[in-house]
Design a protein. Structure first.
Length: 299
């Protein structure tokens, strides 16, 4: 089965390339600029026509959350317009599309985890453009799976876990927000979920297989709770560690508003596809240990 994935360097793309190596029946073709440029409609259509994939995975996005506040046009093109064109081109070839979205489509004001029926109310340019991308994909291709995820980290690219380990080398104490809740999600687990879903789609495509689903790590914590877990695993395995000082979001102002509650309910994915992500602490431990081993290996 051939998966055409947008982007080359993102966490999910690199995770899909790695995880697909464990499955002889999967071929992941990751395309970025210039072959597939999300700012160039022609390259999007040409890539699908040339590769003839079985499934398109829309993974690339404009993810600079704060920078998006000053670059709304660029964010809209990458996060909203391009996914719609990608979905349309896939639909013309009768190809399903799996599109990655985000917890930022919600305001974060609910006291409970958001399920797929929750009312979107994005509070940032990033969130609004990602919600517009969801709508564009759904309108263009009836065979769509929109996967909302949150708090993504991995052994690849820039992310919170890697930042905490780097800061632990530089500082004795790190201030981390303690009043925002969410589900830490390893990109390698997202890749496993996508491959599982893709296998099911290859077997059959009933209408209930399509729609919006939430895919996140199992369990919840705060950013400071996640940071403390990273430090505990690192310290236990001989890595750097620093004291985590909990602070409020108000004490750490950012250009874009972050949801106070990013928790996503994942029951629909479990019921429909029989797949549940690992407990977040387990995936964080595996990631931290892998990063420590990589940092101690001779270059």
């Amino acid at each position: 089965m051939k998966l055409l994935v947008t982007g080359r360097e993102g966490q999910v793309v690199r995770s899909l390339i790695e995880r697909s190596g464990n499955h002889m029946d999967f071929q992941v073709v990751a395309l970025g600029r210039p072959q597939l440029d999300l700012a160039d409609d022609t390259t999007i259509r040409r890539a699908i026509e040339k590769e003839h994939p079985d499934i398109v995975v829309s993974a690339a996005a404009y993810t600079a959350v704060d920078q998006a506040e000053s670059e709304p046009e660029i964010a809209h093109q990458i996060n909203a317009v391009a996914p719609g064109i990608l979905a349309e081109a896939a639909a013309q070839a009768n190809i399903p599309i799996i599109h990655l979205s985000t917890d930022y489509v919600f305001s974060g004001s609910s006291p409970n985890p958001y399920d797929e029926e929750g009312q979107p109310d994005p509070q940032s340019v990033y969130g609004r453009t990602k919600l517009a991308g969801e709508s564009a994909v759904a309108a263009a291709n009836p065979q769509h799976i929109i996967l909302r995820t949150a708090w993504v980290y991995s052994p690849f690219s820039k992310n919170f876990v890697k930042t905490m380990l780097r800061l632990a080398v530089e500082r004795d104490e790190i201030a981390v927000v303690s009043d925002q809740w969410g589900n830490p999600t390893c990109a390698l687990d997202i890749a496993d979920g996508i491959l599982h879903i893709s296998n099911r789609l290859a077997e059959q495509r009933p209408s209930e297989s399509f729609g919006i689903f939430h895919l996140c790590g199992t369990g919840e914590t705060t950013w400071s709770g996640l940071a403390e877990n990273v430090m505990r695993v690192s310290r236990t395995n001989g890595g750097p560690s620093a004291k985590i000082r909990p602070i409020t979001a108000e004490e750490f102002p950012t250009a874009a508003s972050r949801p106070a509650n990013s928790r996503l309910a994942t029951g629909k994915l479990a019921r429909t596809y029989g797949w549940v992500a690992p407990v977040w602490e387990c995936s964080v431990e595996a990631t931290v240990i892998r990063l420590l081993q990589a940092s101690s290996s001779p270059s």
